[in-house]
Design a protein around this ligand. Structure first.
Ligand SMILES: Cc1cc2nc3c(=O)[nH]c(=O)nc-3n(C[C@H](O)[C@H](O)[C@H](O)COP(=O)(O)O)c2cc1C
Length: 394
């Protein structure tokens, strides 16, 4: 989602500095490149090592590091990012920016930058309501600095009032908006399925497939950041479930059908990326099957097709299916699209399973075809959602 975006996170000396660790972690998980600059006071609250490990980059703490050639690093740093976020921003740094003070690395980078700056004030309510702080915020807003208002709640000093730094997901959402990332799915309910299902044979053995859930999870994350309210129904996956998304588990095809049915009515878009088993054992044993010297024949029966079932009453919903074929790839995908009443089908190849990248062809109901280049699953997710956004506008 933030692939290719460069972000400086400025951390100043407030209690909420601990929340910035989570902010950095989230930005990294969305593929942003992050450099953290800490003030001296910030280092009293959290160590640079924590941010170094999370950002996978050197943390900048010193304008004049000993034994190091730095030249005019502040000027280079000021122009490097797409956006700078100051979280938490103390009353002190806000006052310093307004006054044009540049007495440490963070304030010097801030005065040198021409890039977007998002300031997240966090402080005691009396500090925040101090007319000088308020006047500074007003003044800086006129010069294009963006502010994310603090929230009302219990403060570390045991006061209750406005001053809490918004939670990291809210800051990430604001960053996404400021970076001009599309919000074309805002107000829509998007249902996504991911991963493979498994069908039990006996208490220990299952029939399953090699789906990892990477594509479906990338779609769920991307839809969320484009403003959608996302529900993700997960079969077996090897990637952790994304945060800030309603995730439900459905391990068998029967559970998957039940969960998709339960959410289908309320959704505007269904992205069916899960690899649901086509067959299950006709009879499941409640005891572990013993080895048979003469071998064993397992009788299979078809599972109910989730897409075909729910699209019987599709209404105006946009439904996207996935197809993976090894023969007559496009012909079979087109037949599947028709049979299951889909708006769009994403054609994958077997190499996509488990890979970080994917090369897909999109086939549309109206006969149109679009090839996407081989790229990361995050980018493929964006490409698919661009089309979903267009289809929703019709
Ligand atoms: C325990 C403690 C918590 C503090 N929390 C805040 C805070 O949440 N917000 C704030 O503006 N200042 C807070 N301060 C005061 C700042 O740390 C102080 O103004 C410092 O000079 C800020 O430096 P900096 O802006 O360079 O990081 C706190 C100080 C202490 C000792």
């Amino acid at each position: 989602m933030l692939t290719g975006k460069k972000i400086i996170v400025g951390v100043t000396g407030g209690i909420a500095a601990y929340k910035s660790c989570e902010l950095v972690r989230r930005l990294i998980s969305l593929n942003a490149e992050v450099v953290v600059i800490m003030t001296a006071s910030a280092q009293k609250f959290v160590t640079p090592l924590t941010f170094e490990s999370l950002s996978r980059n050197e943390v900048i703490t010193n304008m004049f590091p000993p034994d190091k050639f730095v030249s005019t690093r502040h000027v280079d740093l000021a122009q490097w990012p797409d956006l700078l976020v100051i979280a938490p921003a103390t009353a002190n740094i806000i006052g310093k920016i307004r006054a044009g003070i540049a007495d440490d690395m963070l304030s010097t980078v801030l005065i040198s930058t021409t890039k977007l700056v998002l300031i997240c004030p966090a402080m005691n309510v009396k500090m925040y309501e101090n007319p000088i702080v308020q006047e500074n915020i007003k003044y800086l807003s006129k010069y294009g600095y963006k502010f994310l208002e603090p929230e009302v709640g219990d403060l570390a000093c045991r006061d209750v009032g406005k001053g809490r730094m918004p939670e990291p997901p809210t800051i990430v959402e604001e960053i996404v908006k400021l970076l001009g990332i599309k919000q074309d799915l805002k107000g829509l309910k998007v249902l996504v399925t991911a991963g493979g299902t498994y069908e039990p044979i006996d208490p220990v053995r299952v029939i399953t497939n090699r789906s990892t859930g990477k594509m479906g999870i990338a779609l769920a994350k991307a839809a969320k950041l484009r403003g959608a309210e996302v529900t993700l129904i997960c079969g077996q996956t090897i990637v952790p479930s994304p945060e800030g998304i309603n995730v439900e588990s459905a391990l068998t095809s029967g559970q998957m059908l039940q969960k998709v049915r339960a959410h289908f009515n309320e959704c505007n878009v269904l992205l069916m990326a899960a690899a649901v088993s086509d067959y299950r054992a006709k009879v499941t044993s409640d005891k572990k099957l013993k080895k048979e010297a003469r071998g064993r024949t397992l009788e299979l029966t078809e599972t109910k097709d989730v897409l075909a079932e729910v699209t019987k009453e599709k209404g105006k919903r946009i439904v996207v299916g996935f197809s993976l074929e090894t023969e007559k790839v496009l012909e079979n995908a087109r037949a599947k699209m028709k049979e299951k009443n889909l708006d769009l089908i994403v054609v994958n190849s077997p190499e996509a399973i488990g890979a970080e990248e994917n090369k897909v062809t999109l086939l549309f109901k109206n006969g149109k075809k679009k090839e996407l280049p081989k790229m990361s699953k995050e980018k493929v997710a964006q490409g698919i959602l661009d089309e979903v956004g267009r289809l929703m506008k019709r």
